[in-house]
Write a protein that binds this ligand. Structure first.
Ligand code: PHE
Ligand code: NA
Length: 501
């Protein structure tokens, strides 16, 4: 008698977890700058179009695949068609790579939450970050020169993450998200309110929202909009297939996808307001234009924000709110990525949850701990992040969409499956956006970034480093994925496999 597959406790619980996965570092440190750079207020149009014509349709596809086949990516794709299993394992390998370095940024955020109390970065946050905190080497090196400052919080991140996953889908993931997501909304909400009441905030908001309508006719702006949507919804590498595989039989799929998609975008918009109000304050203090201070990523969170926090009355509290928000947003995303790894191996081998967490989660944690909290680790992180996003996620998403819609012609059956239990019915519009618009935009994004890649070396890194850490890792994920699909997995107990019941 087959053991029952784990399940979410409620629809709200599933939605919290799905939103927790989507809302991550990208919402806080990526969206505000991407929007600002690509037309400001006018960017909202391509962005909304991208959400409606690719983001939500693809989200629905992933929800439906996971729900219909009740399995994590390798098994779900296997049930679709035997060779397609390789796509599932490819997605698993992408998750493995992302998990390994994503955890490290959360570790930094934890440390900076503490640093906020006494503004430990002094008056030169940039030197503090690279020299004192990261102890970054000049050039990329891969060795075991650990930096204790990062190693210790990284261990904590892995213990928390694997601890939550060991408790299970309902008791661990769902419960953690039910605490973390409301907490995040409160902390970040308070931060935004404080930000918009700072002197100079309006200048920042004006700069952020001022529409540059010419952007609408610029192809690169559209590529940026689709890119942001794909990154932000974390679609294309199996996370949502995994989470929806734990849904009950009668679950609303299209409605849930819309709720999660709009919730993620709302949080992005909120972050845009918070970040640019804060930058406006700094611009007013320093007497410089907003565009001189606007930036994204590591530079925004770990250089610009510390500087601003130092210049703000009550900056300590603001800093704690900001870095605690980054930590929580990151943790709930990391939990979802690692669940893909654990669930996938469990589904294919019949391994139980706790041993799977220990073996698969432990291996991921080990790789993360050996490679990244070192003096050369920050360079590796930077390059791996760039290449796995541009050439891992995007290509895997493109292949998955083409295989599902054109090679296996599965859109119609998936549509029927979703419609059987969903309030919002799918129709030809869904199939056209997913089968035509999504692949065109993904292909165009690929082409666009390939050209930039070939024009100059990313961040000026050496050819050999980019070849190994960039192209090598992105291609390695694909090759390993294909190899894993050729392993004659013991079928194990195949939880949730109707054929076996
Ligand atoms: N979607 C997340 C964000 O916006 C990023 C993420 C990446 C989440 C990888 C999970 C996995 O930040
Ligand atoms: Na997001």
């Amino acid at each position: 008698h087959a053991e029952h597959r784990e399940q979410w406790g409620s629809r709200a619980g599933f939605l919290m977890a799905a939103i927790g996965s989507a809302v991550g570092l990208g919402n806080i440190w990526r969206f505000p700058y991407v929007a600002y750079q690509n037309g400001g207020g006018a960017f909202l149009i391509p962005y909304l179009v991208a959400l409606l014509t690719a983001g939500i349709p693809l989200l629905i596809m992933e929800y439906t695949l996971g729900h219909k086949y009740r399995a994590t990516p390798p098994t779900a794709f296997l049930r679709l068609s035997r060779p397609a299993q390789a796509i599932g394992w490819w997605q698993v390998m992408i998750c493995f790579v992302i998990a390994a370095y994503y955890a490290v940024i959360i570790a930094w955020s934890i440390m900076y939450t503490g640093f906020s109390f006494d503004k430990a970065w002094g008056d030169d946050p940039e030197t503090f970050l690279f020299s004192d905190f990261l102890q970054a080497s000049e050039t990329p090196t891969v060795d075991l020169s650990f930096v204790g400052n990062i190693l210790i919080p990284l261990l904590a991140v892995w213990i928390i993450t694997l601890g939550v996953l060991a408790i299970g889908v309902r008791g661990g993931i769902e419960r953690a998200n039910k605490i973390f997501i409301p907490l995040l909304v409160v902390l970040f909400g308070v931060l935004v309110i404080r930000a918009i009441t700072l002197p100079g905030a309006t200048d920042g908001l004006n700069a952020f929202f001022e529409p540059d309508w010419s952007a609408i006719t610029d192809g690169s702006v559209w590529v940026a909009a689709y890119g942001q949507i794909f990154f932000s919804l974390s679609i294309g590498f199996g996370i949502m297939i995994t989470y929806s595989s734990y849904l009950r039989r009668r679950s609303d799929l299209s409605g849930s996808a819309m709720v999660a998609g709009f919730a993620n975008s709302s949080f992005e918009l909120l972050a845009g307001i918070g970040v640019f109000a804060t930058i406006g304050f700094m611009a007013a203090q320093a007497g410089v234009p907003v565009n001189e201070l606007a930036t994204s990523g590591i530079g925004l969170a770990f250089v610009a924000f510390p500087e601003i926090i130092s210049n703000m009355p009550g900056g300590e509290i603001f800093g704690v709110l900001f870095f605690a928000s980054l930590t929580i947003a990151g943790l709930t995303s990391l939990i979802s990525i690692v669940q893909v790894l654990i669930g996938s191996v469990a589904d294919r081998t019949g391994l139980r949850r706790v041993p799977a967490v220990l073996i698969v989660g432990g291996l991921t944690a080990l790789v993360s701990i050996l490679l990244f909290p070192t003096t050369g680790g920050v360079h590796l992180l930077d390059v791996v992040d760039h290449f796995i996003n541009q050439y891992g996620i995007v290509v895997a998403a493109l292949v998955a969409v083409i295989v599902v819609s054109w090679v296996l012609r599965q859109l119609k059956p998936l549509e029927q499956h979703a419609n059987a239990t969903s309030a919002i019915k799918l129709g030809p519009l869904w199939r056209i956006t997913l089968g035509v618009i999504t692949p065109i935009m993904l292909g165009w994004m690929m082409w666009d970034s390939l050209q930039a890649e070939l024009a100059e070396n990313y961040e000026g890194y050496s050819d050999s480093f980019l070849l190994g850490a960039g192209w090598g890792v992105a291609l390695g994920a694909l090759v390993l994925g294909v190899l894993l699909s050729l392993v004659p997995w013991k079928r194990g107990r195949q939880v949730g496999d109707e054929a076996a019941e």
